[in-house]
Design a protein around this ligand. Structure first.
Ligand SMILES: [Zn+2]
Length: 392
């Protein structure tokens, strides 16, 4: 889940730059105070990304009010944490809700992190984030409200499991395919997060063990992220361009460029000599460009092999594909993935699984953060016999 926050931006670009993701006005509900007494509890969800902090009041998976602000990512952890607190108070104020009406605060953070301690081990997109006790730095600032911190992709999985594409299942794997590839595992209705909380990194399953396999952002050669992420698609398209190919993909890039040069200028990997991005490949593939389709098919095959590994290991009922690349892919990914599963997995678990698109869109992390409050209160978070006490 490297660069998780960019998940939201690709569909936005595909729909013609219809909205800006940088400044969403709070949307108070005038009748809220009257309704409060008789309904499910309100929770605050925070989705901490490298670009944006998105904070919302959520009830039953529905966002009631929200505040977005830019993450002061280069100013160090204290500034980021101060900004989180500010957004919580802003969103409460915008909805005219008091802390005493809130059940708890859930934070989806980039990882790796430990959800039992609320310590973020590292966050590559946030400067200075090494072993930051995020939960403890927030607890105590909101009266005695419980604060829980979870991994963004895990909480996205929880959101899809509770309200989205996995809601009729007990065994679900979520895979987010955007700039990076991340994931979350739900088995028998519970989050599987491992001994120190870092489980679910499906993007770093090894798929290609050949000596020249490409590397992911973490330096692994041949992992799924190195083969099938948005970054990998862009890399392969730019390699083709350097060889004088990929003209169809370049044409899409130029169209986007003409529509909104500003957006292009802020792209993370914008480079004059390597300008093509994953969304250019995806749009070109939808238009029938054979080179783009080849790149997508190759990425889909690797995802299919990853799914087969997961099917054999965990026997899931549903594999949910989220993230910008997957969301904009239609059947370009799911078609080849289904073929690979049919070809390579044991017959029964292969038949038992559905590979489907996520349903909650860009708010999945935010909703997941909110759902996690209730999850921890209900399940006690984690098995204390294995992991020591869970404090919420
Ligand atoms: Zn990797």
């Amino acid at each position: 889940m490297l660069f998780h926050e960019r998940i939201d931006t690709i569909p936005m670009l595909l729909t013609g730059f219809a909205s800006s993701s940088t400044a969403t006005a709070p949307s108070p509900m005038p009748t809220l105070q009257v309704e409060l007494q008789s309904m499910s509890p309100l929770v605050v969800g925070v989705d901490l990304g490298g670009t944006q902090i998105r904070t919302a009041i959520v009830r039953d998976g529905e966002i009631i009010a929200r505040v977005n602000r830019m993450t002061p990512a280069t100013e160090g952890p204290d500034s980021v944490i101060a900004a989180i607190k500010e957004t919580v108070y802003q969103v409460l104020q915008s909805a005219q809700v008091g802390l005493n009406q809130i059940q708890g605060i859930g934070v989806a953070a980039p990882g790796p992190l430990n959800p039992r301690t609320g310590i973020v081990y590292e966050a590559p997109n946030l400067q200075g984030w090494i072993d930051i006790p995020l939960r403890d730095k927030l607890t105590g600032h909101f009266d005695k409200l419980p604060v829980v911190v979870g991994h963004d992709a895990t909480l996205a999985a929880l959101a899809e499991f509770t309200y989205g594409a996995g809601r009729s299942s007990l065994d679900m794997i979520y895979m987010t395919i955007s700039t990076g590839i991340g994931g979350g595992i739900i088995a028998d209705g519970k989050i599987i997060d491992g001994v120190i909380g870092t489980a679910g990194e499906v993007g770093h399953m090894y798929i290609d063990i050949s000596p020249n396999a490409p590397r992911c952002g973490s330096g692994h050669a041949g992992c799924l992220e190195a083969l099938s992420s948005g970054t990998a698609l862009a890399r392969d398209a730019n390699d083709m361009l350097a060889e004088g190919r990929a003209q169809g993909i370049q044409a899409v890039y130029q169209e986007f460029q003409a529509q909104s040069p500003d957006v292009e200028a802020t792209a993370t990997d914008a480079d004059e000599s390597r300008p093509l991005q994953a969304r250019d490949v995806m749009v070109a593939a939808h238009r029938g460009d054979p080179e783009a389709q080849l790149l997508i098919k190759r990425a889909a095959n690797a995802i299919g092999i990853g799914c087969v590994n997961l099917i054999h290991t965990l026997n899931p009922q549903v594999i949910v594909l989220g993230g910008g690349v997957a969301q904009s892919s239609g059947t370009l990914l799911t078609g080849p993935i289904a073929e690979v599963i049919k070809e390579r997995s044991f017959v029964q678990p292969g038949k038992a699984v559905d590979v489907v698109h996520a349903q909650l869109g860009g708010d999945v992390g935010l909703i997941g953060a909110a759902v996690y409050v209730d999850y921890v209160l209900k399940h006690g978070g984690h098995d204390p016999s294995h992991h020591g006490p869970t404090t919420v």
